[in-house]
Design a protein around this ligand. Structure first.
Ligand code: CU
Length: 497
């Protein structure tokens, strides 16, 4: 009797094991990606309830060619003025940091960060990208600038990667005043980390009006923390009474805590958008998600002030004689944009009639990503490339609930649009209208955000911890009828992440 039971058990176990192996084999098989594919060939279509789609636009890149509009046609039309022109040459270079450490970097024009590009509102910006010797190819993405889709710089979606010896011209109108940055969007998890980025500032037509106006880009090269490419405490002479604007930019993969000590200050803008009636702050630190920005304004006091980041020794000291070295200090109280400033009318709010409502839930599950087993990032339970495609029509008012049920925090970045943050963990935003393009979503947090679908195209929506994005924490927002002739892979080896 016992032998019969044991025999049955063995058969049952074997059957389950074989079935399990078969199931795992199927998951592996389905996770493999072809050498070349259109991003619209994959993805789980989502039309956003409760509104029914007015047009069923589940067209893939293949089916959508007839009657659709190509991303290449979505460009700046008003080219009536003479452009403000820049050239950025991507090349390998050795960079010697202030401490003497040498970094094998990828640079624009020989430096990293690349040159600061500064223009005034409504100028026509023209940037010629030249790839001298970056073998894997390069593009330029204008982080936070809601450019026409053809200028968005995503390899395999809006253009081909620019290979060594090639060039590519970007042209767009600078409409938004604020602090932005540019970076490559080809193999960005490797190329941005190694140095292919820089500051992009759009001033009001009359200029910024600040005698000290300085972008401060925090980045880690080869494990070495830096600000504007310096790994020591930089000192600068600033006269008392000088109006100052510090444009904090986090170009790193992790979120960082910035501090300005020795003075009171205001957070004038977040992600390139001014805040309404920002209050005076003191001894408050500012957490910036990867890719995020904040502009701090203050009047230079008689005593020295200092910018610090985390526990880094690197920093910026400002004083009358330029010699002071105030100690690093990062206050424990953290700036909260959800309650800062005063409410003001925005173009819509949480009580508006939304045409589409989506959920974007970040999680993790065991499975295969590109043929490799492991714990994988998921969006709404799907592993890339089956992560959702949010389909929208031009003009839609769109609500997205972003929930982080995975581990760690995820700086979610939607291209081509700004998101109005309406609530966090069920609590309505009570301060200034809070517009973002990069929203740090902490573990267990849930945000409700909204945007107007007013910039047709195929747009990435991804985690700006670029390592996570390369591991599949990426998806797309696609407008009805928009198609792309570009493909991931292909002869330009397009790989946006
Ligand atoms: Cu992430």
């Amino acid at each position: 009797m016992r032998r019969v039971v044991t025999g049955s058990a063995i058969i049952l176990v074997c059957t389950l094991a074989l079935g399990g192996l078969g199931w795992i084999g199927k998951l592996w098989y389905e996770s493999r990606l072809p050498g070349t594919y259109s991003v619209l060939d994959y993805g789980t279509p989502d039309y956003g309830g409760p509104a029914a789609p007015s047009v069923v636009n589940g067209m893939s890149g293949h089916q959508g060619h007839s009657g659709g509009i190509s991303v290449t046609d979505l460009r700046e039309r008003r080219a009536d003025t003479r452009p403000t022109a820049f050239t950025l040459e991507a090349r390998h270079a050795q960079i010697r940091l202030a401490s003497g450490k040498v970094v094998e970097a990828l640079t624009f024009n020989g430096s990293s960060p690349g040159p600061e590009l500064r223009v005034r509102q409504s100028e026509l910006v023209q940037v010629t990208l030249v790839n001298e010797d970056v073998e894997s190819g390069v593009t330029l993405h204008w982080h936070g600038v809601d450019v026409p889709n053809a200028e968005d710089g995503v390899a395999g979606v809006t253009q081909d990667a620019v290979l060594p010896g090639e060039r590519y011209v970007y042209r767009f109108r600078a409409e938004q005043v604020g602090t932005f940055w540019y970076h490559t969007h080809q193999l960005s998890s490797k190329e941005v980390r190694r140095g292919l980025f820089g500051a992009f500032v759009i001033e009001p037509p009359q200029g910024s009006g600040r005698r000290l106006d300085l972008p401060l880009l925090a980045h880690i090269y080869d494990g070495v923390p830096t600000i504007n490419g310096s790994d020591v405490l930089e000192r600068r002479a600033v006269a008392q009474g000088t109006p100052a604007r510090l444009r904090l930019v986090n170009t790193d993969n992790a979120s960082h805590r910035f501090a300005l000590t020795g003075t009171t200050f205001r957070v004038a803008a977040v992600d390139g958008t001014d805040l309404n009636r920002p209050a005076l702050l003191e001894n408050v630190s500012i957490d910036l998600p990867a890719g995020g920005r904040a502009d701090l304004v203050f009047t230079m006091p008689s005593k020295p002030v200092r910018v610090s980041v985390d526990e880094w020794q690197v920093g910026l000291a400002l004083s009358a004689d330029g010699l002071a070295s105030p100690a690093a200090s990062v206050p424990l109280t953290t700036f909260d944009p959800a309650t800062y400033g005063e409410p003001a009318a925005a173009s819509f709010d949480s009580s508006s009639q939304f045409d589409r409502r989506f959920r974007l839930t970040i999680g993790k599950k065991p499975g295969f990503f590109a043929g490799r087993p492991g714990m994988q990032w998921t969006i709404n339970g799907h592993i890339y490339p089956d992560t959702p495609v949010f389909h929208v029509d031009e003009g839609d008012l769109v609500e997205v609930t972003i929930a982080n049920e995975g581990n760690g925090s995820h700086p979610m970045h939607l291209h081509g649009h700004h998101l109005l943050v309406m609530s966090r963990n069920g609590v309505a935003v009570s301060g200034s209208p809070w517009w973002v393009d990069t929203l740090g979503v902490g573990e267990g947090e849930e945000y409700v955000v909204g945007f107007r679908a007013d910039n047709p195209g195929i747009w990435m929506d991804h985690c700006h911890n670029l390592r996570h994005a390369a591991q599949g924490l990426t998806m797309h927002v696609a407008y009805s009828g928009v198609t792309t002739p570009f493909e991931i892979g292909a002869e330009h080896h397009n790989r946006p992440e």
